[in-house]
Design a protein around this ligand. Structure first.
Ligand SMILES: [Fe+2]
Length: 231
């Protein structure tokens, strides 16, 4: 298939991966800034890293159960690399969680050393995951496009979204929507505006507004048009 044609196919990874790249980068940078002598700083970074790991765990579980299963069913073996990467990521999560417990238990110079180790280990995981997401967006997409129609890919995506809790959806939207290009954001939220209740859509806009620049918010408001009076 020609690359120009591929660009028109539905990319199930594009938006969620933009959000995950932004979320991972944000938590990694926060881990680099942590003050190991400040208990509150340590508490906050431990919570931030655990939150990131929780979303990453759920993301790879959904990919395995829905996307990789769909790939394997229509082209056996085609998800082997991605599945192997995920197995490594699960080990990385446990390693990072062990480092978090060390950081929390340590005091003084040992805690500064634990903070450095956590930062470096998290950086390697993020680096690995960035490479992994590229593989998914290129090689996995090539398989998905060859074996599934866009309607089938959208159905897979709906099944993934439906298996999230409302709290997980809110966190995903908080990172995903501000990380998209304005036209992509307008298309996604325009679709939600048509299909979600005014209350749910208003809640999404409130989350998104906190994390958009004034310029991007203005572009979004222009694209969406009149909003319900309750917003
Ligand atoms: Fe993945």
């Amino acid at each position: 298939m020609e690359p120009t044609m591929n660009q028109q196919r539905y990319d199930i990874y594009a938006y969620i991966h933009k959000g995950l790249r932004a979320y991972m980068s944000d938590v990694l940078a926060a881990a680099g800034r942590v003050d190991a002598n400040d208990d509150e700083d340590v508490r906050q970074i431990a919570a931030a890293v655990r939150g990131l790991i929780s979303i990453c765990r759920s993301h790879l579980k959904h990919e395995d159960e829905h996307l990789h299963a769909a790939m394997q069913a229509r082209r056996p073996g085609s998800a082997s690399q991605a599945l192997a990467d995920h197995a490594e990521h699960k080990e990385a999560f446990e390693h990072i969680e062990a480092l978090l417990r060390e950081l929390e238990a340590a005091q003084g110079p040992a805690r500064a050393a634990a903070a450095r180790e956590l930062y470096r280990t998290l950086a390697l995981f993020v680096a690995d995951n960035f490479e992994h997401m590229h593989l998914e967006e290129t090689e996995n997409n090539a398989v998905l496009w060859a074996t599934h129609t866009d309607d089938e890919l959208r159905a897979l995506e709906r099944a993934i979204v439906a298996s999230h809790t409302p709290e997980q959806i809110a966190l995903v939207l908080r990172w995903m929507v501000p990380s998209m290009a304005p036209a992509e954001r307008a298309a996604l939220l325009g679709g939600m505006q048509q299909n979600a209740s005014a209350e749910v859509f208003g809640g999404v806009l409130k989350i998104v507004k906190q994390h958009l620049s004034a310029r991007d918010w203005f572009k979004l408001m222009l694209a969406l048009g009149p909003l319900p009076a309750s917003f």
